[in-house]
Design a protein around this ligand. Sequence first.
Ligand code: ADP
Ligand code: 5GP
Length: 202
Amino acid sequence: MRKGILFVLTAPSGAGKTTLLDKGLKSVPLLEYSVSVTTRSPRKGEENGKAYWFTTRAEFEALLSKGEFLEHAVVYDNYYGTRRSVIEESLSRGKDMILDIDARGAVQVMEKKYPAVFVYIMPPSMKELERRLRGRATDSEEIIQKRLSLAREEMTYADRYDYVVVNDDLQTAFEEIRAIILAERLKVERNRERIEKIRESR
Ligand code: ADP
Ligand code: 5GP
């Protein structure tokens, strides 16, 4: 059985990553969504263990000092992190994993030379990003302004990724991400055993 593939997805807040994930990326066969740990408070309707594991600062810092995070970052004054043990367990079972993390977290994964496929999701424009942030109506004006200025900075990291998907039309963006996942699974280097088996068969 081949080891699972780690897909790292990043987008500035409001670009539509949650919408894309909820649209069905979470139900691509053999693809598991990595649930991050965060110290931010749950938004309306967010259940513990679904989008995030919500925790306290003290608990987060305890895990951090134990080296339990593959990567972590402070985003808008809250901690977010990916538990290494959870990822490794799934990958070793041959499950592909999708990580929804910010660029600074993704850079930590790159710098650790952890094998992964990096996908950057961009909004079609800054104007549309602002419209989406307002339309979502979950954040205060102050937070929206903060997210907009951070989005510009965040998008400078896109150059370091393997793929870029512009979330203009939702269906198109969804199909593009699915195509990346499917193509990565078909790479020769990930299918050596399968190739060999076919060659050896009669
Ligand atoms: P993120 O998870 O990246 O912060 P969301 O998924 O919450 O962003 O999307 C932000 C807002 O933009 C939501 O109101 C969502 O319905 C809307 N949205 C997402 N994708 C699109 C799209 N392709 N076209 C129009 N609106 C979109
Ligand atoms: P939100 O609070 O809007 O759900 O997420 C804010 C930002 O934190 C998003 O850019 C999201 O990708 C990022 N994020 C969520 N989980 C993690 C994580 O485990 N690690 C890192 N580095 N960023 C994360």
